[in-house]
Design a protein around this ligand. Structure first.
Ligand code: PRT
Ligand code: MG
Length: 212
């Protein structure tokens, strides 16, 4: 399948928000991943397939050539910095921010704090940049519970509306960075399928400009 291009996307918000951009590039899936159990979707372009995978697995699929390109949150890319991919485009979708959050009455962020997070890499870099040595506890989900149950002094997590923090009695203590999803590309595919890949990237780029 030398001319086939596989695009890795995750279900949920990334898929929903990437869809209009792909449609502008004349790539329209023939199945809906929310209802179909298929993991490889045909599209209106017979040479282009959508591969449905977990958001955190997109960098690995693209780096190792399981997919030629993919859509991944900057948060996920920063945790997978060692995987070699090109990042040609900020798609401006699935926007949110990465923040430090804790209980409202908790002491100010300081040294020797325990920080619970899924984003170990980004958290370590952030606290180092603040000159704070902290202990980081890796969690895989429900981070909001950690300060409530006394597992950690604070968490590093993604925030969009703030409803999740509020529902769990937490407040934002610091803004680390803004997050959006990026188009990532396999380095070898960029050479071996150059014409088709660069055309597709250009079409998606145009679509992003229209949306903004
Ligand atoms: O959810 P699942 O375990 O299936 O996988 P996932 O969390 O890896 O995927 P998904 O689809 O939830 O997130 C994919 C990408 O969307 C992330 O990598 C981010 O780049 C981006 N994104 C944008 C978000 C959010 N906004 C977001 N709000 N990812 C997660 N959230 C979560 C956040 O972690 C917190 O639990 O939503 C909650 C906060 O939302 P608010 O609106 O209550 O503040
Ligand atoms: Mg999620």
């Amino acid at each position: 399948m030398p001319n086939q291009i596989r695009i890795a996307v995750s279900k949920g918000r990334i898929y929903k928000q990437a869809l209009p951009l792909l449609a502008q590039a004349d790539v329209e899936p023939l199945d809906d991943p929310e209802t179909s159990r298929k993991l490889i979707l045909d599209t209106s372009d017979p040479d282009i397939k959508l591969v449905i995978i977990r958001a955190t697995d997109v960098p690995a699929y693209v780096a190792y050539g399981g997919a030629d390109m993919g859509v991944a949150g900057k948060d996920v890319l920063l945790e997978n910095e060692r995987l070699p991919v090109y990042e040609p485009l900020d798609l401006g979708i699935a926007r949110c921010r990465m923040s430090v959050a804790g209980l409202p009455e908790s002491r100010p962020l300081g040294r020797r704090m325990r920080i619970a997070t899924k984003y170990v890499n980004s958290a370590r870099k952030y606290f180092a940049s603040q000159g704070l040595q902290v202990e980081i506890i890796k969690l895989y989900g429900s981070m909001e519970l950690a300060p409530v149950l006394g597992l950690a002094d604070a968490i590093v997590d993604l925030v969009d509306t703030g409803a999740t923090l509020m529902a769990n009695g937490l407040v934002e203590k610091a803004h680390i960075m803004d997050i959006s999803s990026r188009l990532v590309v396999n380095k070898a595919s960029m050479k071996t399928k150059h014409a088709r890949m660069s055309q597709l990237i250009e079409d998606i780029k145009q679509a992003v400009e229209v949306e903004q």
